[in-house]
Design a protein around this ligand. Structure first.
Ligand SMILES: *Cc1c(COP(=O)(O)O)cnc(C)c1O
Length: 434
């Protein structure tokens, strides 16, 4: 067996992997039309027909709603903004708690803090990495107003169990579907499984508009509030005749006509992009199936997983070495993705650090210097963010989970073969790593 690259041997792969580019001529043509019209955004922050945006934004929203079979789609400038709108629309504020996942992109846990509510972290499932219903149940208190579930890596959350808990406690479910457009649970699309769903259209997601997001809901009242918060709520409530002023201070979370016009073309490509991704993963998983220390991501029953990231559980007992050592050796055999060279080889040890370990939570410093909102008079400053509160997440992060992006189209079979070869080379020569 040839010497491992990490020990000075030759790499399996010598050229970059192809970049994931989903935009082209179609998008160019639609941008051109918008630019020629001269109207790059038609939103007005006053009570007027244009309060709801221009023709591209509205068409995009209506096409999104129809694709995902949901009553309202509301375009915003990011999924982060969408999450903030969602918390605001649910009238959440000081004294309230929101159950969140520690194993996700940072914005899903921050959203409650924007409204001075307290994020309470529940643990995730060992097998699917979404919020664990048992842990969620343990974290419910009389103050709990919402659960922000995350369809992490492209897998729908456990909607049966978590929606049931929410119903029993009369709280709402906000579904962070940034990583799972097109995923399904039974006959419903992820994003529409809870009360409010949020998709991301940032550059790294399945489809994108550079930056952008979409909020969906079947609830008319929530939709109304979401649209108000998106666009300077406080300035229009009087004329619109809104009497409930809770959280009616608005932001500017508006999407431009350019992004919306790109989004409309991107939506048409979602299904085929996802299909080739899944196809690549099937090939990869088959090629790696005889490496016994790796267990590929499992798909929840009755679900379609759309693999924003692909993951493996790593068994250190079988391999005899720590995951990080194994991953470093595999990375040394491979190359970065073209145009993202500085990010290194896109294979990761355990995804994000559990969010509650960020300085923000450890020091409980958010607004000003006085520890608000945790110690404001409506909150009791009881929530714990100590290491150990979510043991499954911590173990996934520290020891068990491998995530990677080396399955995105237009990777060819030959590209995938290099990934497979690299894993095999390291597996076969693992003794060199002890
Ligand atoms: C990307 C992402 C977001 C944020 O999306 P933006 O559009 O960049 O604000 C939120 N949650 C999850 C799980 C994500 O992956």
């Amino acid at each position: 067996m040839s010497k491992l690259a990490i020990n000075g041997g030759e790499k399996v792969r010598k050229k970059f992997f192809p970049p994931y580019i989903t935009v082209g001529e179609e998008e160019l043509q639609s941008i051109k039309k918008v630019v020629q019209s001269g109207v790059l955004s038609r939103f007005l922050g006053t009570w007027h027909d244009d309060f709801f945006g221009g023709p591209e934004v509205r068409a995009f929203e209506s096409e999104w709603a129809s694709y995902f079979n949901v009553k309202h789609a509301i375009a915003v400038n990011s999924a982060t903004s969408g999450l903030y709108c969602a918390i605001g629309s649910a009238s959440i504020g000081p004294g309230d708690e929101v159950i969140v996942s520690p194993y996700t992109m940072t914005a899903s846990a921050i959203a409650p803090l924007i409204y001075n509510a307290i994020p309470v972290f529940a643990d995730v499932e060992e097998e699917f990495f979404c919020l664990d219903p048992i842990s969620v149940k343990e974290r419910i208190s009389p103050r709990t107003k919402a659960i922000i579930v995350v369809d992490i890596f492209g897998q729908p959350y456990n909607a049966d169990a978590i929606n049931q808990i929410a119903k029993e406690h009369n709280i709402i479910v906000i579904e962070d579907c940034a990583q799972a457009p097109g995923a399904m649970f039974r006959d419903k699309y992820a994003g529409t499984l809870g009360d409010i769903g949020i998709y991301s259209l940032n550059y790294h997601k399945h489809i994108h508009t550079g930056e952008g997001g979409i909020i969906v809901t079947d609830n008319d009242e929530l939709a109304d509030k979401l649209r108000l918060i998106r666009n300077h709520a406080e300035a229009v409530v009087e004329e619109k005749g809104v009497s409930d002023l809770v959280n009616m201070l608005g932001f500017n979370y508006r999407m431009t006509e350019i992004e919306a016009s790109i989004g409309r073309k991107q939506l048409k490509k979602l299904n085929s992009l996802t299909t080739s991704r899944i196809d690549n993963i099937n090939y990869l998983v088959k090629g790696l199936s005889d490496i016994s220390c790796l267990r590929p991501a499992q798909v929840r029953l009755a679900s379609k997983h759309v693999f924003y990231l692909h993951s493996f559980l790593f068994d250190a007992k079988i391999s005899g070495i720590h995951r990080n050592r194994f991953v470093e050796a595999v990375k040394a055999e491979l190359m970065p993705i073209e145009m993202r060279e500085t990010e290194g080889v896109k294979i990761g040890n355990g995804y994000t650090k559990p969010l509650y370990l960020q300085p923000l939570y450890q020091k409980k410093i958010a607004y000003g210097k006085r520890g608000c909102p945790w110690n404001c008079q409506w909150n009791k400053n009881e929530v714990s963010y100590h290491k150990g509160i979510c043991p499954v997440t911590e173990k996934l992060y520290e020891e068990d989970l491998i995530v990677h992006e080396l399955m995105r189209p237009p990777m060819t079979r030959a590209d995938l073969d290099d990934v497979i070869k690299a894993f095999h080379k390291v597996w076969d020569a693992r003794r060199e790593l002890i």
